[in-house]
Design a protein around this ligand. Sequence first.
Ligand code: PEP
Ligand code: MN
Length: 354
Amino acid sequence: MNILNKIKNNWIKKFSYPLIISGPCSAENKKQVIDISNKLNKSYVEVFRCGIWKPRTNPGMFEGVGEDGLKWMLEAKKKNNILLATEIANKDQIKLALKYKIDILWIGARSTCNPFTIQEISDNLKDYKNIVLVKNPLNFDINLWIGALERLVKNNILNIGIIHRGFSIYKSFKYRNIPCWLDVLKFKKKYPNIPIICDPSHISGDSKKIYEISKKAINFGYDGLMIETHNNPKKALSDSQQQITPEKLTEILNKILLKKKIKKKYLIKLDIYRSNINEIDENILHLLKNRFITSKKIGKIKNKYKINIIQKKIMKKIKENYKYICKKLNLDDFLIQRIFDEIHKKSIEIQIKK
Ligand code: PEP
Ligand code: MN
C-alpha cells in the first residue's frame, strides 16, 4: 500500500465547501489583525490565516512579529469564533503555535524544499492529530512534495492537506509562480484522498488576478482556497501587490460561488489542457526573448572584433545537434528546422544592427 493513502480527508468534510482560509500575509500589529478578522465575511471564511515568522529573501526585510502576533490571533479567535492557521518552519515555532492554540499549521514552500526542515517539523509533530497543510515546494519537483508528505505520514501525522501555490520556473510574466495545473491535477488524481487547496495569492502575485485563478481552481475541483487579505493592501509589510481587502474577497467569492455553473467534465479537461498550453507558450516566449538578447550581445562582440556574423561551421554543428535532439524526443525535425530557420534569420538581423 502506498503510504500516502493513509492520509485522511475526514477533516475537510467538517468544513463548508469550499474551505476558505483568509487573512494577512503577515500579522503586523494588533489593530490590523483584529480589524481584518472582524471584516472577513464569516459565512465564507472559516479559517483566519496570519504569517508570524516570514521567510524573506534578504535579511533586514520585515521578518514577522513573532510571539506577539500569536497573542493577537488568539484574541481574534475569541472575538470572532474563527479557527486559526499559521506557517511553522521549526521546533520553536511549533511549540509557540501550539501554546497559542493555532488550529491549523501549514508548511511553507521554502520548507517543503528542504528534507531536513521537514524531518524536524515531522519529528516535533509526531502523532499530531490536528490539521497540517503542506505547500508545494518552490521549485517544480512533485517528488519533493510527495517526500514531505511521506515524512509526515511516517510519524503518524495523518490529517493532512496540500496547498498549491505555484512553482518558480524559469521566468513567468503572467504569474509570480506558474501553476502547472496539469501536473498538480495529475497528482490530485493519483491521491484523491488528499484534500487540495489553491493559493491564488502566491500563484498570481497580483491582486487583480485572484478572481480568475480562484475560479479556475473551483472549476478544477479543488477543496478550498487560501487567499491573502489585508485592511490596507498597499501599505502591507509583505506581499502588498497580491493582497486584497476582505470586502473584495466577499465580492470575488460571491461571483464565483453564487453563480457557479456545473461545467461538463470534458470542458473542464479542455480548460486544463488549454492552461497547460498557455504555460508552455509563455515559457517559449521567455526563452525566445532571452535568446534574442543573447544574440545582440554576440553581435556586439562580433562587430567590435570584426568577426563574420555568419559562421557556417558553427551553424552546421548546431543544426546537427537539433537533429539529434529531435530524434531523441521524437519531434518532426523538418518542422523544427523551419522554426529555427526563422529564429536564425532574426538573430542575424539583430547581430547586423549595430
Ligand atoms: C505565505 O503564505 O505568506 C507564504 C510565505 O507562502 P509561500 O510559502 O507559498 O511562499
Ligand atoms: Mn504571503
